[in-house]
Design a binder for this molecule. Structure first.
Ligand SMILES: Nc1ncnc2c1ncn2[C@@H]1O[C@H](COP(=O)(O)OP(=O)(O)OP(=O)(O)O)[C@@H](O)[C@H]1O
Ligand SMILES: [Mg+2]
Length: 392
């Protein structure tokens, strides 16, 4: 027994630095993101003259929003320090801190890790923050990552409070700058008074990574994380192929990590494409889940209807007419009113562009606009139970 444990714990690994495969890891070099980094630098240059700035970073999943922001902000902090200026940078994940109070607490914890987590109102916390900044003679740079999770709660005031806070304290010179990160259009979630401080032009949009860009990112990660010569070149191509469907660097790195772990479990010294395929099969469920969370309720119901139908009928395709009927029934099940035919078609298109279904024209002999829908990648039963969880 002890032998097994010891053998496994002490066995050699193809991975030399597991840390470098972590989601929070920030590599020294960020590939193919020179332009957005330059844009950020241009936007935030006024901070070096103690003038606050606000900006929005948006882009689909895994396009580097978090990592480029972290990289940019720490460079800015360092440069400011060289000029004798103190910029306090706080990165808040709003998925984890999804109320104003929790976000503010996160900011205060940056200054005092033992700041009590209850007993202070938002107003009082803002006051404490002001004192902290004055004491340090510092300006503040707050990143609200996944900001939609906070802003969609319509009583969120934090953007307004923080931006106004910086106006009010202008005589005391405490500039507060904000960066909002989201996959969604967060500007549309801001009330008009907050929006006025977020000039429309201050948006950095990141595009999905191309196949070749993902290839380079994976290559770089292999050099950082794996022992030399332990990853077959075919793996890099295969990972770039798989991940380029979404342009998602996180998915690519996750595949690489899982493939490495799989090779280790088999006690082999080389990661080969078969390990990547195994990794893909495992990773699908996690990725699916995070993508499902981005669908709206009726898009989810549409997907649910398709999965139900395919599962029940045991067929490869369901036609759009049948899918719409099942959609109406599924709406009832979740206490929703079915939307119009046109809306249903929009939902189908949305679910298709989110990568869950394929829609193809029917062959000859079929009625006018009927099309066939398939679920190419994920078992219908898996979709059904995951979507059901989200809808309830
Ligand atoms: N240009 C790049 N060079 C090297 N690594 C990158 C690059 N872009 C992204 N990565 C890596 O890919 C992963 C995903 O990036 P990141 O977390 O920044 O994505 P994101 O856009 O914030 O995604 P989400 O919307 O899901 O939060 C991270 O591990 C990051 O280090
Ligand atoms: Mg992110």
């Amino acid at each position: 027994m002890d032998n097994i444990i010891e053998d496994e714990l002490m066995s050699s690994s193809v991975i030399k630095n597991l840390n470098a495969l972590d989601f929070d890891y920030v590599p020294k070099e960020l590939l193919h993101r020179g332009e957005p980094l330059r844009l950020l630098a241009q936007m935030f240059k006024p901070l070096l003259s103690n003038i606050s700035q606000n900006s929005v970073i948006k882009g689909p999943v895994g396009t580097g929003k978090t990592v480029i922001t972290k990289k940019f902000c720490s460079s800015l902090v360092n440069l400011a320090r060289k000029q004798g200026k103190i910029v306090e940078y706080v990165h808040i994940n709003c998925r984890k801190r999804s109320t104003d109070a929790m976000a503010l607490l996160g900011i205060l914890n940056h200054f005092d890790s033992r700041f009590p987590d209850r007993g202070f109102s938002v107003q009082e916390m803002l006051e404490v923050l002001r004192k902290q900044l004055m004491k340090r003679n510092a300006q503040l740079l707050v990143v609200l990552d996944e900001a939609d999770a906070l802003l969609k709660k319509n009583n969120s005031n934090i953007v307004y409070s923080l931006t106004r806070f910086s106006d009010e304290s202008s005589k005391e010179k405490i500039p507060i700058s904000l960066i909002l990160i989201s996959q969604k259009d967060v500007l549309s979630m801001l009330d008009s008074s907050s929006l006025s401080t977020f000039k429309r032009s201050n948006v950095v949009s990141l595009n999905k990574y191309s196949h070749d860009e993902l290839f380079d990112i994976v290559r770089q990660r292999i050099d950082l994380a794996f022992h030399a010569g332990t990853v077959d070149e075919g793996c890099v191509h295969l990972i770039a192929d798989i991940a380029s469907e979404w342009g998602d660097a996180r998915f690519a790195i996750e595949l690489l990590w899982k493939a490495g772990i799989t090779a280790d479990h088999q006690h082999v010294q080389m990661v080969i494409p078969e390990h990547v395929r195994t990794a893909k099969a495992e990773t699908y469920s996690i990725v699916t889940e995070s993508k499902l969370k981005n669908l709206e309720r009726h898009q989810l119901i549409t997907l649910q209807a398709i999965a139900k139908r395919l599962y029940r009928d045991g067929t490869a395709y369901v036609n759009t007419g049948d899918a719409e009927k099942t959609y109406a029934l599924t709406c009832e099940e979740y206490d929703e009113k079915p939307r119009t035919h046109t809306m249903f078609w929009n939902y189908l298109k949305d679910v298709e562009s989110a990568g869950f279904i394929n829609i193809k024209p029917s062959g000859k002999g079929q009625l006018g606009t009927t099309q066939f829908i398939s679920l190419p990648d994920i078992p219908a039963e898996v979709v059904r139970s995951k979507v059901d969880e989200l809808l309830r």
